[in-house]
Design a protein around this ligand. Structure first.
Ligand code: PMP
Length: 373
């Protein structure tokens, strides 16, 4: 099977399984207990926090381990809500784990502003500028779109925040960027950042939230007070340690160059076929949206799987729902949305796999076109 839905999830590295086994069956101790073995495990978690902070280029703050980015996003947003006359800003491109939290704040009567996306899939900075004020408590904007691969200009957003909304926290959902795109939270002025291990060959159900200043957020679940009282519950030690193994293995710059080559290789093949439109926004090379004119994306997806190629239809969390909010926002016509698939890469695929996938995608499109005409 050639897997081209790596924005949905990735295959875990074998090495992670070894690490997982060691911390599940040998060093299985509770990091919060007071035995020497527990202290050792606690120390291992502290080392992982340091490793992640270094990867993020953070000189301040800490990491709170979570059960993945859906939880990290909920914690970042709900944890920063305060009573009072505050505004919360989100973009229309956000993943449901941010967007639906924004909607729930709205339903609770809080003031929420949604920022438009431009035709390149990026947050419209003019729109943002107009909505910024000292009353803004939080701006939440993703680094890389899970639908299109478009990248937001976090540096500019951060500068606008400093100028017009100095009291606002800047939260970045970096799920599709962390361990894939080089960036630095200090340079970008980020206060809160979400990530998830299964998007970079780590285990599912593990992730974290970078928090620059612990006093900026409150806990959203009550419990034993782990993770500075902000995320109670025994830490998923084997999962966290396995995530660290994935982080240690990945060379971000090398992988980025490799994925760029793979993406260009596939696009060279696909772009020769009339009716295949590649929406590449000069953002992340890891993700792109492809329209198969006249053929339903879902039909392509199933036909391709029969031939050994798996592509995506967009966020797995929204793939089963009609339409696509993000593509619509960018200006895709309804027929285009229905005819689009999401193709997403990983750095460990071979050039031959990409060539085979390209050939199969073109052949399948030709067959499907004949069927519908
Ligand atoms: N944010 C983005 C941008 C994502 O792509 C995803 C995964 N589809 C999530 C959040 C949710 O991450 P998780 O699966 O770890 O809950």
């Amino acid at each position: 099977m050639i897997f081209l839905d790596n924005a949905g999830t990735t295959k875990m590295f074998e090495e992670c399984l070894k690490t997982y086994g060691y911390y599940a069956c040998e060093k299985f101790y509770n990091p919060s207990a007071i035995s020497r073995e527990s202290a050792f495990v606690h120390g291992e978690l502290e080392k992982v926090k340091k490793l992640i902070l270094k990867k993020l280029g953070a000189y301040k703050g800490t990491i709170i381990f979570t059960g993945g980015a859906t939880e990290s996003n909920n914690l970042a947003i709900k944890g920063s809500v305060r009573n009072g006359d505050y505004t919360y800003i989100f973009t229309n491109g956000e993943h449901p784990s941010v967007y639906n939290v924004a909607k729930s704040l709205m339903n609770d009567g809080r003031k929420v502003e949604l920022i438009k996306l431009d035709a390149n899939g990026q947050a419209d900075l003019k729109d943002l500028e107009e909505k910024l004020s000292p009353k803004v408590r939080l701006i939440s904007c993703m680094l890389v779109s899970n639908e299109t691969g478009a990248m937001n200009d976090i540096k500019k957003i951060s500068a606008l925040r400093d100028k017009l909304a100095p009291n606002a926290l800047l939260h970045v959902d970096a799920v599709q960027g962390f361990m894939k795109i080089p960036f630095n939270v200090t340079e970008l002025g980020i206060d809160l950042l979400s990530f998830s291990a299964h998007k970079f060959h780590g285990p599912k159900g593990v992730g974290g939230l970078y928090v620059k200043n612990l006093s900026s957020i409150k806990n959203i679940v009550e419990g034993g007070g782990q993770e500075y009282g902000i995320r109670s519950g025994t830490e998923n030690v084997p999962g966290i340690m396995a995530m660290a193994t994935a982080i240690e293995k990945i060379d971000i710059k090398k992988n980025f160059t490799r994925v760029k080559e793979l993406c260009e290789k596939l696009n060279n093949i696909l772009s020769k076929e009339e009716g295949i439109i590649i929406h590449n926004y000069n953002g992340s090379p890891y993700i792109e949206s492809v329209t198969f004119k006249g053929v339903k994306g879902e039909t392509m997806l199933h036909a391709l799987e029969e031939k050994g190629v798996i592509v995506g239809l967009g966020s797995a969390c929204s793939a089963k729902k009609a339409g696509n909010r993000v593509l619509k926002e960018i200006g895709f016509a309804d027929e285009e949305i229905i005819s689009s698939c999401r193709i997403s890469f990983n750095a460990y695929m071979t050039g031959e796999e990409i060539e085979t996938a390209g050939r199969i995608i073109v052949e399948t499109f030709q067959e499907m076109k004949k069927r519908v005409s």
